[in-house]
Design a protein around this ligand. Structure first.
Ligand SMILES: Nc1nc2c(ncn2[C@@H]2O[C@H](COP(=O)(O)OP(=O)(O)OP(=O)(O)O)[C@@H](O)[C@H]2O)c(=O)[nH]1
Ligand SMILES: [Mg+2]
Length: 196
């Protein structure tokens, strides 16, 4: 894989207001807006990441609206951040539905998930303990990280962890490098396949 530039398509899923857009804005722009507008449809961000030893990865980050379902967008994703709000129990209970939603439509052999407990700055309002969230993650065989876009806690770590896990799966041939989610950008930066 050395010398290649990779493209990973990552999608953020979770209920409305859990903070998906805020997480992405913090990661890609370094800012936090206290009262952002709800996402309408689907928006995308991108960011370059370099993995040792010098492998460039372009992350194509898809932000969805929690109130809607954009099933066609799940299809090409290699990584999924399942986001809940640590102060909102319903959003935690719905994680399993979001997980199965991806599983039901996913045609990739393997998708890498990471569970995100967001708004960790609101410690006193937390309705879900770290242990309970870790229990869910373990039952799904995925990782768990607590983040805050407001206090900028673990935001970079979350994206780095997901990217590293995808890369490891690629190296172990659990994911096929030449499927459409990972293109050689030197040859075809623009030919990102349309997903509609
Ligand atoms: N305290 C705190 N509030 C946050 C954090 N992240 C987001 N919020 C707030 O939560 C609310 C919803 O944030 P959004 O990022 O719009 O949530 P979303 O998941 O994108 O919502 P939809 O686009 O409707 O699906 C906003 O008022 C944010 O300011 C955080 O880390 N801590
Ligand atoms: Mg949003």
């Amino acid at each position: 894989l050395q010398g290649l530039s990779l493209l990973f398509r990552i999608i953020l899923l979770g209920d409305s207001t859990v903070g998906k857009s805020s997480l992405l804005r913090r990661y890609t722009e370094g800012s936090f807006i206290p009262a952002p507008c709800p996402t309408v449809g689907v928006e995308f961000y991108s960011k370059m990441m370099e993995l040792p030893p010098g492998i460039k990865v372009k992350l194509q980050l898809w932000d969805t609206a929690g109130q809607e379902r954009f099933r066609s967008f799940y299809r090409n994703a290699v990584g999924v951040l399942l986001v809940f709000d640590m102060t909102n129990r319903k959003s935690f209970e719905h994680i399993i539905e979001w997980y199965h939603e991806v599983a039901s439509i996913q045609i990739m052999e393997k998708v890498i998930f990471l569970l995100i407990g967001h708004k960790s700055d609101l410690k006193s309002d937390c309705k879900i303990s770290t242990e309970e969230a870790e229990g869910l993650a373990a039952s799904l065989g995925i990782g768990f990280i607590e983040t805050s876009a407001k206090s900028n806690t673990n935001v970079d770590l979350a994206f780095e962890t997901l990217t590293n896990t995808i890369y490891e799966a690629l190296k172990n041939k659990e994911i096929d490098l030449f499927q459409w989610h990972s293109l050689d950008l030197n040859k075809s930066d623009i030919t990102v396949p349309s997903c509609i």
